[in-house]
Design a binder for this molecule. Structure first.
Ligand SMILES: Cc1cc2nc3c(=O)[nH]c(=O)nc-3n(C[C@H](O)[C@H](O)[C@H](O)COP(=O)(O)OP(=O)(O)OC[C@H]3O[C@@H](n4cnc5c(N)ncnc54)[C@H](O)[C@@H]3O)c2cc1C
Ligand code: FES
Length: 287
């Protein structure tokens, strides 16, 4: 079950194609799965970035940030994930809005693809914006180009597109008088907050895919609790997409940082173990 049939990497973002026929048949744009690399691994939520119902496969893009994503990064074609649960979350609301802007950073470059594709199929003009530190860090560009009327870039060093981030491109578009009827953003929490600020002054309806800490993914544990418009919501069952202008960002930042010390400590010690293991293997090979 859940065999890895394809795997590749672009600068710490790992494309993992997994056999999961039931999920490939049922999943819709905006949904995610909760996966476990091995039996005693942590459960981690990952967006389903593409799927092939006939082949029974789903595509995940995993950004290596800590111990569980490192564990997934080390798995190879032919290995199997211990568990893949889903599809979870409410699918994106897709309709003919007019002009839709989708912004993606880090794993969101992969994650916005099915939403862009569905928006295009619904007759929208789709403008996708992706951000990275420098031009070689982009991935999934060809697929995004195929479903977008325009693909715009933002890089921190200015090596491709606008120098800056997704929200800088949004500000440029607004200055040029570009009409935007709906915005979707996916990426790190800081990016989601900044992009929501960019669309607020023009009252552009804005959905953000929140990445709060999740455990069970079924609304039972409360780990993913967020406040939206003064109401308590559970990102796993009420989201992950919410109105970016209504999210209590301070609360989300502080809840996400709750285990930062433990996460960093365990990642560093595991990384050192990996390095030591690699060195030991190299020495064995050298005899
Ligand atoms: C709905 C949803 C969809 C996501 N989609 C993707 C995706 O497509 N690709 C991708 O690379 N990442 C995605 N994430 C984020 C991913 O789940 C975390 O990066 C991952 O859990 C980190 O685990 P770690 O042990 O490697 O890192 P850690 O060192 O444990 O944590 C690093 C960061 O990840 C956050 N995090 C840790 N555990 C969880 C958890 N159980 N749930 C959510 N966040 C956590 C921490 O707050 C911290 O900011 C998504 C998160 C959510 C909620
Ligand atoms: S992850 Fe447990 S309630 Fe959402």
């Amino acid at each position: 079950m859940f065999e890895i049939v394809e795997k590749s990497e672009v600068f710490n973002v790992h494309k993992i194609v997994v056999k999961a026929p039931g999920i490939a048949r049922a999943v819709r744009a905006g949904q995610f799965v909760i996966i476990m690399g091995a039996e005693y691994s942590e459960r981690i939520p990952v967006t389903v970035s593409d799927w092939d119902a006939a082949a029974g496969t789903i595509v995940l893009y995993v950004l290596e940030v800590g111990i569980s994503t490192l564990e997934l990064a080390r798995m190879k074609v032919g290995d199997s994930l211990f568990a893949v649960t889903g599809p979870l979350g409410v699918p994106s609301e897709i309709k003919n809005y007019g002009t839709v802007v989708l912004g993606g950073g880090c794993y969101g470059i992969g994650g916005i693809y099915p939403i862009a594709k569905a928006c295009k199929e619904a007759g929208n003009k789709v403008i996708s914006i992706i951000e990275a530190r420098y031009k070689d860090m982009f991935y999934n560009e060809k697929a995004l180009m195929e479903v977008s009327d325009k693909l715009l870039y933002a890089t921190s060093d200015g090596s491709k597109g606008t120098k800056g981030k997704v929200e800088d491109v949004v500000y440029e578009m607004l200055e040029q008088g570009q009409k935007i009827d709906q915005a979707f953003f996916m990426g790190c929490t800081q990016m989601l907050e900044r992009c929501s600020e960019a669309t607020r002054s023009n009252s552009i309806p804005t959905k953000v895919a929140l990445n709060s800490i999740m455990l069970d993914g079924t609304g039972m544990c409360g780990a993913c609790r967020v406040s939206v418009g003064g109401q308590i919501k559970f990102a796993c069952v009420d989201g992950p997409e919410f109105d970016g202008h209504e999210v209590d960002w301070n609360e989300l930042h502080s809840r996400k940082a709750a285990y930062a010390e433990q996460e960093t400590g365990v990642y560093q010690s595991y990384s050192h173990e990996c390095m030591a293991e690699k060195k030991f293997k190299q020495e064995l090979e050298r005899g």
